[in-house]
Unconditional design. Structure first.
Length: 348
């Protein structure tokens, strides 16, 4: 009896060792999961955390933690994930199956990934005029307020978008000369109900001011990549995994930042083509402005030009020019939408 027990223990030890170091046929390598799903891998070597992404879906894993986190919210527990001797990572059959099923989108789903809503946010309003400047027209001084020109541009961009994208929600955070707080603006965006395959973009419109009356040009701002936000709901993470939250948030953050940069580039290009000859291009900027950083979605802030520069104020005070500026922004947004919706469709 004792001998049998010893043999069983030795067999258990051997199988444990084999299982732990050289995964057997019950384990599937990360490499083969990637080739089967076409998912992309992002790997954080410092924290040993990986993320697989495919068509906007995400799975996060960490070797030796029995846990997969899907789309930053849903989790699958009691799974085996470990490292092989050769450095590859191995998943139990069960875990591999979960990953493959999760990424197995139908063709219809692939083709339906889209931007559901575009939020256009004209800055300031009501008691808050924003930047103030003036220019001379027909020998008379004309006063110009940021809140007025950004409303004109915002409404024009929104109405052009409505004409083209009848299937999308085009939302203005304000359509009148009313005061709304920065919090209210981002709440409008963040409270929208989205299906899994849907995304929102947020474009805030402002005009610039400077003590230097010569400062001129338009700018497009996006969120800096190193800005950390608490995007992920902590309640979905086990207590023992609390330390990975900042990493997961950074990964989610990166994804949003990439889209924000693409959106910013597209708007910058749109403006440059249409009004580049009259308003200088100051390029892309990154800044953690409140209204941008609180929008959990691709979000940018456009500065149309300098109201404090008399010459530029003259341009910004001209309805024909405002219409052109609006067209530039519209073209930029629509270029981004085309890119986004084709990138995530047709399965190429
Ligand atoms: Zn402003």
């Amino acid at each position: 009896m004792e001998r049998i027990l010893t043999i069983i223990i030795i067999l258990l030890l051997i199988s444990f060792t084999v299982y732990g170091e050289t995964p057997n046929e019950n384990m599937v390598s990360l490499t083969s999961i990637i080739s089967e799903t076409s998912a992309q891998l992002r790997w954080d070597p410092y924290r040993s955390i990986g993320e697989l992404t495919f068509y906007g879906k995400s799975i996060i894993f960490k070797p030796d933690i029995p846990f997969l986190l899907m789309d930053y919210s849903e989790k699958s527990m009691n799974l085996e994930i470990n490292r092989g001797v050769n450095g590859d990572i191995f998943f139990s059959n069960q875990a591999a199956e979960i990953i493959i099923d999760f990424f197995a989108l139908s063709e219809a789903q692939k083709n339906s990934l889209k931007i559901k809503a575009i939020i256009i946010d004209p800055g300031h309003g009501g008691k808050d005029p924003g930047a103030i400047g003036n220019y001379i027209e027909d020998g008379k001084q004309v006063r110009l307020q940021e809140k007025d020109i950004v409303l004109t541009v915002g409404r024009e961009v929104a109405s052009q978008l409505k004409r083209t994208y009848q299937d999308k929600d085009i939302i203005l955070t304000r359509s009148t000369d009313d005061f709304i707080t920065l919090e209210q603006r981002t709440v409008i965006a963040n409270e929208m109900e989205l299906k899994e395959n849907e995304s929102i973009i947020f474009v805030s419109i402002h005009a610039n001011a400077s003590l230097n009356s010569k400062a001129n040009g338009f700018e497009v701002w996006y969120l800096p990549p190193d800005y950390r936000r608490e995007l992920l709901d902590e309640s979905v993470i086990e207590n023992e995994l609390q330390d990975v939250i900042p990493i997961l948030n950074t990964m989610l953050e990166e994804e949003i930042t990439v889209e924000s940069i693409l959106l910013a580039q597209s708007i910058q290009k749109g403006l440059k083509i249409i009004v580049g000859d009259i308003i200088a291009d100051r390029g892309l900027k990154e800044e953690s402005w409140f209204v941008v950083r609180n929008a959990k979605m691709p979000a940018v802030l456009v500065e149309l030009g300098f109201i404090t520069n008399q010459e530029e104020a003259g341009i910004l005070g001209d309805q024909t020019h405002l219409k052109k500026i609006s067209e530039g922004i519209y073209n930029g947004i629509s270029g981004f939408i085309d890119h986004f919706e084709t990138q995530y469709s047709s399965g190429e």
